[in-house]
Design a binder for this molecule. Structure first.
Ligand code: ATP
Length: 236
């Protein structure tokens, strides 16, 4: 059974159908990416999964239950964490405090402390700056912190919305290194990206979204070799 399974999910904003019928699944331990152009409906799909918008039709099955009508906090409590587009770290709080916020619902103090150390091992840059406020970090460092904060909740499923957005190429490489590292630890992830090449190179499987519909899906390797994908998304 898949950990996450969307069945013909549709979302409208007023009269505009942003997501016209998306079906996809993410199995335990998988890194799956959702690629597509601006406005294809990628962010809206993530919002429908996390309860930030409600699907007008379709099912969002998570661990065997339809969560399509649940509230965001109920969904978060069930182990689904979102790193939103634009990161959303708390700029006035230190890095350490931001990480602690990610673990606020946990009461296993010793394990939280161990996880903080794990985050600092994963992101040495954050360790050096632990007492600095998050607002003083570079965009890439804030992205790392946002991922670290989400991981501090020990999510069963981590959703990442355009983690490479607005970052310099070198930092994009670093973020993807981190994502691959997190995947190696066995964290299940759904990754939304406009950088199709890096996303597919890091992922097990992928879906291509166009105009609110899934137009292609498959093993990441075979999508990387697909002529349509190469032409439309890999700049060839
Ligand atoms: P991007 O990479 O630009 O974020 P996306 O693939 O994530 O693109 P969405 O943000 O999901 O796409 O948007 C899908 C469509 O829905 C777009 O046509 C967008 O203009 C529209 N849309 C998104 N949010 C709203 C909203 N709050 N109200 C009205 N229309 C919206």
């Amino acid at each position: 059974m898949s950990l996450l399974k969307l069945e013909d999910v549709q979302v409208s904003y007023g009269g505009i159908r942003a997501v016209k019928g998306v079906s996809l699944h993410v199995d335990e331990g998988e890194l799956v990416c959702l690629i597509g152009a601006n406005g294809a409906g990628k962010t809206t799909t993530l919002k429908a999964i996390t309860g930030l918008v409600h699907a007008a039709a379709g099912k969002v099955m998570y661990a065997g239950t339809d969560i399509a009508r649940d509230k965001p906090y109920e969904i978060a409590r069930r182990g689904l964490a979102l790193v939103p587009e634009g990161r959303g770290v708390f700029p006035q709080l230190t890095i350490q405090e931001n990480l602690a916020m990610g673990a606020y619902s946990r009461d296993d103090r010793a394990a939280v402390a161990a996880d903080e150390e794990r985050m600092f091992a994963l992101f040495p840059r954050l360790k050096e700056r632990a007492k600095q406020t998050a607002g003083t970090l570079s965009g890439g460092e804030q992205q790392m912190l946002a991922i670290g904060r989400a991981l501090m909740s020990r999510p069963r499923l981590l959703l990442l919305d355009e983690p490479s957005m607005g970052l310099a190429p070198l930092m994009v490489e670093k973020i993807f290194e981190v994502i691959r590292g997190v995947a190696t630890e066995g964290v299940t992830m759904l990754l939304v990206e406009q950088n199709a090449r890096l996303a597919l190179e890091a992922s097990h499987r992928g879906y291509v979204l166009e105009g609110g519909l899934v137009t292609l899906e498959g093993e990441a390797k075979s999508l990387l070799g697909n002529p349509q994908v190469r032409q439309a998304y890999l700049g060839e």
